[in-house]
Design a protein around this ligand. Structure first.
Ligand SMILES: *Cc1c(COP(=O)(O)O)cnc(C)c1O
Length: 393
């Protein structure tokens, strides 16, 4: 399914049918696979032939999910993980050695911050952060031991946009591995590899499943880097389960149609929020007021489903607003069919110091809304009544 449009690719890419000629791909709940004879087993372990051996290494369901992601991201190869963080950790751990250094944008997912700040230093892996508006200073942070340039775009939860082409140029000039966490965009909206990324990571838990059911992660990119990540993961065991891969591969079949509607709803909600007097700022990539609007238009097909906005009166007012919604959920997930609100300063990023939070673009009054697939008028009505309920904002 190499030359088809993305909508066809996600529906029609599938592993070979069994003797039952099933139309929909079955779930392969098997931990291991049988060999013809001892020679077949020897050759398989020696990697002289490509085949399933054990489901920690590969499984038809994970292979199908990976194949779809590789095609969508214009990559060469991939590996699927139990969660987005398993993908982030295992991909970096596979490539880094003690003494290596990472340069990363400071606007990062909370647990990725945790990994860089608290765990990698245990193995003598250090990092330097640049702020979202300091792309020009990246080159000053690069040292001889720098190996990886890491960033998200759009960022979670600030919804800032980074110039992928510029990051690609810097990575090539300094021989760094550029890794983009493409979770907020999905491969339907943006392909970082086109701009020079070597690896693209996704939390499949979010928009890729899109229905809030399973955790998953995936890394795709160049064949030689994925080979290292595969060998590391085959030994250390962070692989995706066949069941989750089966779910996620089916989720991908509807990704394009879901995304179209998510983004349409989100743009309408963003425009509504922009008009409210209790809200000081609204950040959505496809709003003209977004500081990187032009860049977002260049890099992304649509604006995504996440909006960050600021309640005028700060932390308590932010929490009160969230407490007043009736239809929308208060939950830690995003990219679900259900609209979800979170308050990052008191939850996902509460472990960062206030200075670190501000430098990551998270103010006390910041609310993140992941716009779902309910009718947009109902979402807006709920936000409207929550704003009215908090007249004291
Ligand atoms: C959620 C998320 C992750 C982690 O994914 P999990 O599946 O929750 O482990 C990583 N990066 C970003 C940008 C995320 O939003």
């Amino acid at each position: 399914m190499k030359d088809t449009n993305i909508e066809t690719t996600v529906v029609r890419t599938q592993v070979e049918r069994t003797q039952y000629l099933e139309h929909s791909v079955p779930l392969y709940l098997t931990s291991s696979y049988v060999f013809e004879d001892s020679e077949d087993m020897r050759a398989s372990f020696a990697e002289e032939k490509e085949r399933n051996i054990y489901s920690r290494y590969s499984n038809p369901n994970t292979s199908e999910f990976i194949d779809k992601m590789v095609l969508m991201e214009k990559a060469e190869a991939g590996f699927a993980f139990a969660s987005g963080m398993a993908a982030v950790f295992s991909s970096l751990a596979a490539l880094l050695n003690s003494g290596d250094h990472i340069v990363a944008c400071k606007s990062l997912f909370g647990s990725t911050h945790g990994l860089f700040n608290h765990y990698f230093p245990k193995w003598n892996i250090s990092h330097s952060y640049f702020k979202i508006d300091e792309l020009d200073s990246i080159e000053n942070l690069i040292k001889p031991e720098t190996k990886i340039l890491f960033a998200e775009s759009p960022t979670n939860p600030g919804v800032d946009i980074l110039d992928l082409e510029k990051l690609g140029e810097i990575a090539r000039k300094h021989d760094l591995i550029l890794i983009i966490d493409n979770c907020f965009a999905t491969p339907y909206l943006q392909n970082p590899i086109v701009y020079g990324a070597d690896l693209v990571i996704h939390s499949a838990t979010k928009l890729i499943d899109g229905q809030g059911r399973v955790l998953g992660g995936v890394t795709v990119g160049s064949a030689d880097l994925i080979k290292e990540i595969y060998l590391f993961s085959r030994n250390t065991g962070p692989s995706m389960s066949p069941f989750n891969a089966w779910i996620l591969s089916k989720s991908l079949e509807t990704l394009p149609v879901r995304l179209e509607q998510h983004c349409k709803n989100a743009l309408k909600v963003a425009k509504f929020l922009e008009k409210q007097s209790a809200i000081t700022s609204v950040k959505y990539p496809f709003l003209k007021s977004h500081p990187q609007y032009k860049l977002a238009k260049k890099q992304m097909k649509l604006g995504g489903n996440v909006i960050a906005f600021e309640i005028k009166k700060g932390l308590e007012a932010g929490r009160k607003f969230i407490d007043s919604v009736k239809l929308c959920s208060i939950s830690a997930n995003l990219g679900d069919t259900r609209t979800i609100l979170t308050h990052p300063a008191s939850t996902t990023h509460s472990k960062l110091s206030k200075t670190d939070r501000l430098e990551s673009g998270i103010t006390d009054g910041l609310i993140r809304i992941s716009v779902g697939l309910e009718h947009v008028d109902d979402i807006i009505k709920d936000l409207e009544q929550a704003l009215a309920a908090g007249e004291n904002f």
